[in-house]
Design a binder for this molecule. Structure first.
Ligand SMILES: [Zn+2]
Length: 125
């Protein structure tokens, strides 16, 4: 069992392991790390283990939403929904899931794609 330094999600203070044990609470603000066991699998460099599945889906939907006529509107909305869900999962994973950038890109592309085809539909209909 290795000890890990972790960042307090309340005050942002980096809490280093003491006596070879992963910290259970923040000495600065007293915030208790209820999700400590989840950190057992985190690499010591703090980089996420996996990319949130929805983040990749969001980016793919977002990219496809722009060149595909009409269906792009649905894909754009799907990209936004998947991206927002992925971001929430990443936030709640406490650093175990990555892909924040992918999700943001997917949401942005989804908004562009959905926007283009909404305007297109409005212009044609
Ligand atoms: Zn704190």
């Amino acid at each position: 069992m290795r000890a890990y330094a972790r960042q307090c999600d309340k005050c942002g203070m980096l809490v280093t392991p003491r006596g070879g044990a992963t910290p259970r609470f923040c000495p600065t603000c007293g915030h208790q790390f209820l999700d400590s066991p989840a950190y057992a699998g985190q690499r010591s460099d703090g980089s996420p283990q996996a990319t949130a599945g929805g983040a990749v889906a969001s980016l793919v939907f977002g990219i496809l939403s722009i060149p595909i006529p009409m269906i792009g509107l649905i894909l754009g909305i799907a990209a936004i929904a998947a991206g927002v869900r992925a971001k929430k999962r990443i936030e709640h994973s406490g650093g175990r899931l990555g892909g924040q950038g992918l999700a943001t890109a997917g949401i942005t592309l989804g908004i562009i794609g959905a926007g283009i085809w909404t305007l297109f539909c409005a212009a044609v209909l």
